[in-house]
Structure formats: structure tokens, C-alpha cells
Design a protein around this ligand. Sequence first.
Ligand SMILES: *[C@@H]1O[C@H](CO)[C@@H](O)[C@H](O)[C@H]1NC(C)=O
Ligand SMILES: *[C@@H]1O[C@H](CO)[C@@H](O)[C@H](O)[C@H]1NC(C)=O
Ligand SMILES: *[C@@H]1O[C@H](CO)[C@@H](O)[C@H](O)[C@H]1NC(C)=O
Ligand SMILES: *[C@@H]1O[C@H](CO)[C@@H](O)[C@H](O)[C@H]1NC(C)=O
Ligand SMILES: *[C@@H]1O[C@H](CO)[C@@H](O)[C@H](O)[C@H]1NC(C)=O
Ligand SMILES: *[C@@H]1O[C@H](CO)[C@@H](O)[C@H](O)[C@H]1NC(C)=O
Ligand SMILES: *[C@@H]1O[C@H](CO)[C@@H](O)[C@H](O)[C@H]1NC(C)=O
Ligand SMILES: [Zn+2]
Length: 312
Amino acid sequence: MKILGTVILFTVFTSNSALDFCYDEEYCNPYAWGDMFPSCHPIIDEHHSPINLDQHMTRNHTLEALNLVGFDTAQSGEWTLKNNGHSVVLEVGEGMKVDGGGLPAEYTTLQLHFHWGSNFTNGSEHTINGRRYPMEMHIVNMKSTYYPNLTAALDDPTGIAVLGVFIDVANVSNDSFDHLFSLVPAVAFKGRTVPVTPFPLNNLLPVNNLSQYYRYHGSLTTPPCSKAVVWTVYEVPVYISEEQLGEVTSGVFHSEEGDDRVAPLHNNFRHIHDTFGRQVYASKDATLLSAAALPVCNLLLCLIPLLGMGMS
Ligand SMILES: *[C@@H]1O[C@H](CO)[C@@H](O)[C@H](O)[C@H]1NC(C)=O
Ligand SMILES: *[C@@H]1O[C@H](CO)[C@@H](O)[C@H](O)[C@H]1NC(C)=O
Ligand SMILES: *[C@@H]1O[C@H](CO)[C@@H](O)[C@H](O)[C@H]1NC(C)=O
Ligand SMILES: *[C@@H]1O[C@H](CO)[C@@H](O)[C@H](O)[C@H]1NC(C)=O
Ligand SMILES: *[C@@H]1O[C@H](CO)[C@@H](O)[C@H](O)[C@H]1NC(C)=O
Ligand SMILES: *[C@@H]1O[C@H](CO)[C@@H](O)[C@H](O)[C@H]1NC(C)=O
Ligand SMILES: *[C@@H]1O[C@H](CO)[C@@H](O)[C@H](O)[C@H]1NC(C)=O
Ligand SMILES: [Zn+2]
């Protein structure tokens, strides 16, 4: 597969717009990615992300909270927030790692970014029982002991560990997100970057519920859609206000400053893919299994556990 490898390297390391992917035009949207990036084609490789998370899961009692090393302190140095035309990406410096929680190795934290809808629609990538949240954050980590860079890690089925966090809307503003979101206007246009003073990444996580998550093996949700990701999707969302959500959904463009066409970056999420029999695990403390079993069963199957032994 030498040709395929060359194509992937080329597209990862150039910004050639002729080959760029998009979310809003028919010729380059997620359904067309497979034409430009063969490994995005679901028929060629049935291990895609995102997926719908539902009751078709197996409880795995060995899956406890991950160790998020360095997430509780503000690291030294300087981070960078960047609009890459597909998302807003926070590139973090050294000092943070994740392991434990059934991960096959230790992973170094590289960056985090967001997926969203438009200002009136939901935009998470994973869904829970068909529900799409307004936003999803991805913290991207690489199996650092083995690989010098991301491209090398993409050839390993567990080369990348992504932590997914759902972001929902409540009517209180969340100070924890202000530090980051207040910088979004500075990166409104594609290609813009702004320095960020490091802060504890825990500020962006559902810190009281980190032992509740789902685990499966899948892909990057953007080209080249490499089958390289161990997914950890946290069950409990974090909350921001509608105004905070709007700062991102209405304030980011996939066009460059001065372009003739000012194009808002909306709906930068990939469609749901079939699990094709993949194992999806619920962590020891996840609650979806019991909560989700009821709405989908038929009357008879629902009544038996209810009448029989109650709900556990
Ligand atoms: C539980 O998860 C661990 C870590 O991913 C895995 O090695 C093990 O096989 C899983 N257990 C079951 C019963 O599937
Ligand atoms: C969109 O988000 C709202 C508010 O979080 C939620 O009530 C609604 O069910 C979501 N819609 C879909 C289609 O998932
Ligand atoms: C990434 O690592 C691979 C494997 O060591 C190497 O061949 C490649 O040149 C590296 N790419 C970059 C951009 O550093
Ligand atoms: C949240 O919304 C409820 C219902 O709309 C309202 O009664 C309440 O005052 C709001 N709380 C805040 C802090 O805005
Ligand atoms: C703000 O976000 C943090 C981390 O994401 C979360 O722990 C906290 O509960 C949120 N605050 C509110 C008021 O929702
Ligand atoms: C989050 O964790 C707290 C403390 O363990 C628990 O009381 C609460 O029910 C959890 N929230 C959800 C939505 O599961
Ligand atoms: C929604 O977004 C559009 C375009 O990004 C903008 O023109 C409009 O004012 C926004 N509406 C609200 C309520 O934020
Ligand atoms: Zn992502």
C-alpha cells in the first residue's frame, strides 16, 4: 500500500486546497471523503468513528478511571490556539500524559479540539441513544514511547487515544471555558493562531464523573480516517451557557480573512457509522447500560425485569 501511504502523508502535511476536505460542499463533505482519502471509505475499512452509543455494550469491570497525569496543574510554557479550517485546535506543550483505564500503553497529550453544529443545531460526533449533544471536545493523545510523530502512530491500531467529552447547554455560564473561548475571536479565520497561557485541562472535564465512560476501537473522525484510535467517550457532559456555545458556533469561519466568501464553520461533525460487531465496553461505573435498556425493548421484554427483580 505504498501509494496510499504517500497520499496520506501528502494530505497531512500540505494545505493544498484542491485536496482539502470539508463539511459543507457535496464534493468534499464527509460522504465524499472516501473519494479523496481511500481509508475514509466505510466499505474498505469497517472500523469507523463516530458511532452511536447505546445498550449494545458489554460491562467491563476492569475499566476504571484513566490516570490523567498533569491535567490538574497549569503546565509551564505556552500553548497555541489555532483555526485549521476544520476546527479550533488547542496545541498543548509537554507535561501531560494518559494511561490506565485499560489503555494498552502510555499516551502523550498533543492537542484538543471541538466539533459543533450551527447556532441552532447539535453538533457532537458520537451520539448516545441517538441523541446528539450541542458540542464534543476531543483530547488527542499519542503512544509516545513508540512514535516520533502523529503520522507514524496512525499505522498502529492503538497508536492514538482520544478522550471525548460531550458539551451541553445549561443556563449558567461556565467560567472554566472562558479562558479558552475568550480567545476564539482571535482565531475566527482559517490559519490564525493565538498564544494561550496554560491552564489545568481538568477545568474542561467532568471531573466528578471520570470513571463513567465508554470504550471502543475506531478511527479518526477526519481524513485520513485512520483505524488507529482507542476511544474513551465520557458519559457525563460538561455544561456551558448558550452564549458560550454561540461564541464558537457563530464566531469561527473556514474561510481565510479577506476571502470573497465569508464561510462560517458549521456542522463540523462526521456522520454515525455502524459498529459492525465491534465490542463497545461500558466502564465499571458507567450507567448507560441500565438506563438505556428500557426505551428500546418491547412491552413484554420490558416488563419481565421490572416485575421480576427490579432495576439494578
Ligand atoms: C476488558 O477490557 C480490557 C482492557 O481493554 C480487555 O483487555 C479485556 O479483555 C476486557 N474484558 C472483557 C471481559 O472483555
Ligand atoms: C439537541 O440538544 C438539545 C439540548 O441539549 C436536546 O434536548 C435535544 O434532544 C438534542 N437533539 C437531538 C436531535 O439530539
Ligand atoms: C514521522 O516518523 C516517521 C517514522 O519514524 C518518519 O519516517 C517520518 O519522516 C516522520 N515525519 C515527520 C514529518 O517528521
Ligand atoms: C434558568 O432558567 C430557568 C427557566 O428558564 C429560570 O427560571 C432561571 O432563572 C434561570 N437561571 C439563571 C441563573 O439564569
Ligand atoms: C464547568 O465545567 C467544569 C469542567 O468542564 C465542570 O466541572 C463544572 O461543573 C462546570 N460548571 C457548571 C456550572 O456547569
Ligand atoms: C456524577 O458523579 C457523582 C458523584 O459520584 C454522582 O453522584 C452523579 O450521579 C454522577 N452523575 C451522573 C449524571 O451520572
Ligand atoms: C446564527 O449564526 C448566523 C451565521 O453564523 C448569524 O448570522 C446569526 O446572527 C446567528 N444567530 C444567533 C441567534 O446567534
Ligand atoms: Zn475530533
